[in-house]
Design a protein around this ligand. Sequence first.
Ligand code: HEC
Length: 117
Amino acid sequence: MKLRTSLKYKLSVLAAVGSCAIAGQAVAADAAVVGNVQNARDKVSMCIGCHGIEGYKATFPELYHVPMIAGQNAKYIETALNEYKKGARSHPTMDAIAGSLSDQDIADLAAYYSNLK
Ligand code: HEC
């Protein structure tokens, strides 16, 4: 009997934690800028020249490796772009590109690329 009560208690604690996590996520999504995949379609023209090419190598201004961003986690892409934008991370072309993007652009692009396979 004692054992059952404690199991029941544990389950209800788990349920409470679970619903908290879900509620927390919903709040976070409300507060953040929500990315729109459709709206990203006219913005990716800036990116495909480098990120869409076979072998992921850009040839201008010199041959260098371009990371694959298709299918990456949206949060990861968003964080990377914000880091370039704010100077926490630095790369000549990405700094310039990210600097020209609004928070909405970044959210849209992150949504778009995270949905690409
Ligand atoms: C001129 C080529 C070029 C263009 C155009 C370009 N990128 Fe990049 N991008 C790069 C290179 C090179 C890197 C790797 C830089 C580094 O080492 O930090 C990079 C890095 C990134 C990263 C970080 C990836 C990682 O795994 O760390 C993201 C995200 C990204 N680019 C998104 C974009 C988006 C979105 C666009 C269009 C708005 C774009 N890039 C346009 C060349 C380009």
